[in-house]
Design a protein around this ligand. Structure first.
Ligand SMILES: Cc1ncc(COP(=O)(O)O)c(C=O)c1O
Length: 423
């Protein structure tokens, strides 16, 4: 008889053969460019002339990162994280539930709450955890209102989710279904008519609409909220700090902050650091902290030395994100630079770009790092290549990118539907 190890090995190999295993070959080895001597805080002699890093042929322009405002390398962010790490160390050691919250976490939560015009905010280790923690708390509404019994049909929550919502929303919803807390309906991507129909046919009293595509659906969602009185949840992972005069996201763009009940976001994209958040009312934040399992049962963002008493512990990531948030709000030119790049790209390619993320071709060999979006992120027939523009790209970078792309896609200056057909 085969050993347990051999049996498992065979099952793993068989499973792997059925997944898209090209995935592994897409993971390029990336070496970070060495900072110049002036920029390198560890350089022996900051006045020494900059050394050449990697040979020029290996250098590439990164069009695949979500560091939209280039804050991950901002001097204030580097300094704050280095200072916190030097003073307090790195190891996070436990969850917020076990070791409490530092003043840095609290300060960050207050800034984010204020930024989104909400009473409160809960910072989580990632954006993925923010969505799943919020949805776990949402599920708790059904369970606890059913006196901890299995909720009956009328006690469940009806959740309406955009077809292209992020995996963290999908997994959070699956969790709710597993606990009999929710009935989930998926509406066609940004199709408000479909959403309206589904809402109109739903007899359940507690309704929730959740989308990470707020920018596309805009004010129509607000009209539907008035009509159907649902709890409105937006995942602002790609819009917080990026859209709105002060980086306040969708709510600020359309002046509908008071119409959005819950804002979920990440600090790992435009924030240039790592983490997530749920901005909401005080009551919702209490529920997330006490029932949001992905917030409770996971280690908090990095914090320092075991010698520091808990109340004095500072956190290197929250202390880095705080200056990042300040810079993101203050330096509106970064947002302007980013949107200028989007407009330039749209003008050069005639591609109707309305966001810094563009689905196009892979160009690694030409010195452009662009990622392929493939299953399980999208359906097998919806694979695409994705260009992400940031404020750190110059107009020249965009011109070079478009020139290189045009060699691979002869129809790049034609309308987008024709281009997609050719890819
Ligand atoms: C819409 C959306 N929500 C949530 C997340 C998860 O954020 P994080 O990377 O901070 O876990 C992502 C990241 O890809 C995202 O695109």
């Amino acid at each position: 008889m085969a050993s347990v190890e051999a049996m498992w090995e065979e099952w793993v190999v068989r499973a792997f053969a059925r997944v898209d295993n090209n995935f592994l070959s897409y993971l390029p080895k990336v070496c970070l460019a060495k900072p110049s001597a002036e920029e390198d805080p560890l350089a022996d002699d900051p006045r020494a002339p900059a050394k050449d890093g990697e040979p020029a042929r290996n250098r590439m322009l990164l069009f695949s990162a979500n560091d939209y405002l280039n804050l991950s390398t901002h001097p204030a962010v580097r300094k704050a994280s280095a200072k916190a790490a030097l003073a307090f160390g790195m190891g996070p050691r436990s969850s917020a539930m076990a070791s409490g919250q530092t003043e840095y976490h609290r300060r960050l939560e207050n800034v984010l709450a204020e930024m989104h015009k909400k009473e409160a905010c809960v910072v989580t280790p990632t954006g993925f955890a923010a969505n799943t923690a919020f949805l776990a708390a949402l599920g708790a509404v059904a369970t606890h209102n059913a006196a901890s019994r299995r909720p009956a049909a009328h006690e469940k929550i009806a959740v309406f989710s955009d077809a292209l919502n992020h995996a963290s929303i999908i997994d959070g919803l699956r969790m709710m279904e597993r606990h009999n807390q929710a009935v989930v309906s998926v509406y066609r991507h940004s199709d408000m008519q479909h959403l309206d129909e589904l809402l109109s046919n739903c007899p359940v009293q507690r309704k929730v609409v959740i989308t990470d595509r707020g920018l596309r659906a805009d004010a129509r969602l607000v009209q539907l909220r008035k009509k159907h009185r649902f709890l409105f949840v937006i995942d602002e992972a790609h819009t917080a700090f990026v859209c709105g005069r002060n980086g306040g996201g969708i709510g600020e763009v359309y002046g509908i902050e008071d119409q959005i009940d819950i804002i979920v976001g990440t600090l790992s994209k435009a924030g240039g650091c790592l983490g997530g958040f749920v901005a909401c009312s005080q009551k919702w934040s209490n529920l997330v902290r006490t029932t949001g399992r992905p917030y409770i049962f996971t280690t908090a963002s990095p914090y320092p030395s075991s010698r520091a008493p808990t109340v004095l512990i500072t956190a290197s990531i929250p202390s880095a994100i705080s200056p990042a948030v300040t810079v993101a709000r203050k330096e509106a030119w970064r947002r302007q630079a980013l949107w200028n790049r989007v407009q330039e790209f749209a003008a050069l390619t005639k591609h109707p770009a309305t966001s810094p993320i563009l689905s196009l071709v892979h160009m690694l060999e030409r010195g452009f790092h662009i990622i392929a979006v493939r299953p399980p992120a999208v359906a097998p027939d919806a694979c695409r290549l994705r260009v992400t523009l940031t404020s750190g790209h110059s107009s020249e970078d965009v011109r070079r990118l478009v020139a290189a792309l045009s060699e691979c896609i002869p129809g790049l200056d034609r309308p987008a539907d024709q281009i997609v057909a050719r890819l």
